[in-house]
Design a protein around this ligand. Structure first.
Ligand code: HEM
Length: 177
């Protein structure tokens, strides 16, 4: 009886081990297949998919075909279409997407993007202007603020003394009367 039970547990273990082995073989085969079949697109190739019926976005150097997700995206379909034809990494991260969203994203992965083909980030000219070009009145105004910093406490002090003096004077004239 005991022997029978032992043999059953031993068999279970063997089966589990075999399962595990089989799974790891399967996953490494899958990995090898997936690895070799992962495409690399240029930015231009990805950018062609830029409308509601065919919508691809680029996040962290990877391309995602979010066309089937447009209707279900909690942030709406418009933001996703607007995020095409550019590197949408900052847009995606600025929203503060949850871990669940990041996990969900993997479903739509279609390939890597050749990062050398990505256009340089477009920075508005205003932000590139060096601070040296700031208007000259800035220095003048900071000098004026410094003078005020000394002047205001002095004025308050003078006002306090004047009040004290005026108070004493009115007291003495009252007592004289
Ligand atoms: C494959 C890519 C994306 C997936 C899987 C995804 C998924 C999600 C999910 C699950 C949410 C709900 C909140 C959360 O769990 O974080 C969400 C919200 C949102 N997403 Fe995305 N998203 C993707 C790309 C983008 C992009 C590129 C933008 C562009 C700006 C964007 C904008 C938004 C906005 C505005 C919200 C609403 C946030 C709020 O109402 O608080 N998403 N997204």
């Amino acid at each position: 009886m005991l022997d029978e039970r032992n043999s059953i547990t031993v068999k279970k273990h063997t089966v589990r081990r075999k399962d595990h082995l089989l799974l790891s073989i399967l996953s490494s085969v899958e990995e090898a297949v997936m690895g070799s079949s992962t495409k690399t697109f240029t930015f231009e190739e990805v950018a062609k998919h830029n409308h509601k019926k065919d919508c691809w976005i680029i996040i962290k150097g990877k391309a995602y075909d979010v066309t089937p997700f447009l209707d279900d995206h909690p942030g709406g379909d418009e933001v996703l279409v607007t995020a095409t034809e550019k590197d949408a990494t900052t847009d995606f991260e600025d929203i503060g997407h949850s871990d669940a969203a990041v996990e969900m994203m993997q479903t739509y992965f279609v390939g890597n993007v050749d990062t050398t083909s990505l256009p340089a980030a477009q920075v508005p000219n205003e932000t590139l202007r060096p601070p040296a070009q700031a208007p000259a009145y800035n220095n003048q105004s900071s000098g004026f603020v410094k003078i005020l910093q000394y002047l205001v406490p002095l004025l308050i002090l003078g006002f306090a003394f004047a009040l004290q003096y005026y108070g004493k004077k009115t007291k003495s004239t009252e007592s004289e009367n």
